[in-house]
Design a protein around this ligand. Structure first.
Ligand code: HEC
Length: 218
């Protein structure tokens, strides 16, 4: 801090002396900063806390994986709804959602899934500890006025790249996740998911989130 003040007064002095010397001032500053930066890089490398990864590039990859999963699910859901209504579509969701997630994960080389604080699938839909934390964070950010469709999270933790993207509830989702579910759909849900927590949602609520995990270990 003190050094910084000193440097500013020094460059003010140099400026007063004329343009020639003023041009030298930034160079001195750069030289002073370089060893400090190197020391910091060395320190973080020693701690092993920050692996050299391109987080922005990984986030782009993760977004593409989310789009692949979300797009395929949406397409199959719409087709099934048109062909046979919500009860048949429910069967498609039940069998196809885990299969599609598996196929997209294999294709993208990243583990892609969906989780929720109020999950329907008792195994795949249940968030672990850090995922629960991010889902709660999304709720807080939404309550503070952020656009639910834009809520995302990316982090490198140890050897893992972690990405999440919020899933808002749309009107079409209410037939199977809303407050007024038809008796036929209700009966089928009870049969397939006796511990279903994924009803009672309103349009605009956060239904859950996509999760992408990539193992960075060499
Ligand atoms: C036809 C019924 C149906 C509709 C419509 C539907 N879902 Fe689902 N949803 C399901 C079923 C069934 C599952 C459980 C799938 C499984 O076993 O993996 C599910 C699971 C999910 C999950 C995974 C987490 C969990 O709770 O297990 C999310 C997230 C989700 N749905 C979001 C949505 C969104 C968003 C919409 C609207 C765009 C939607 N769903 C529309 C039936 C439906």
């Amino acid at each position: 801090m003190k050094k910084h003040v000193l440097m500013i007064s020094l460059s003010a002095l140099l400026a007063a002396c004329g343009a020639e010397k003023q041009a030298e001032a930034p160079k001195t500053e750069q030289q002073a900063a370089a060893p400090a930066e190197q020391a910091m890089q060395q320190a973080s490398a020693e701690q092993g806390a920050v692996p050299a990864v391109d987080k922005a590039a990984l986030a782009e990859e993760a977004k593409a994986a989310v789009q692949a999963l979300g797009g395929t699910l949406k397409g199959e859901l719409e087709t099934a709804m048109k062909a046979g209504g919500p009860v048949e579509a429910l069967d498609v969701c039940h069998t196809r959602a885990p299969e599609i997630a598996k196929a997209v994960s294999a294709d993208k080389g990243m583990q892609v899934s969906r989780v929720s604080l109020k999950n329907r699938n008792p195994v795949m839909g249940a968030p672990n500890e850090w995922q629960t934390q991010v889902l709660n964070e999304f709720e807080t950010r939404k309550a503070a006025g952020e656009d639910p469709a834009a809520l995302a999270y990316a982090e490198v933790a140890g050897n893992e790249f972690r990405f999440m993207k919020a899933i808002p509830t749309g009107a079409v989702c209410l037939k199977c996740h809303g407050t007024e579910i038809s008796p036929e759909v209700s009966a089928k849900l009870t049969e397939l998911y006796p511990d279903d927590k994924a009803t009672g949602f309103k349009e605009g609520d956060l239904r859950g989130a996509f999760v992408v995990v990539k193992n960075l270990a060499p």
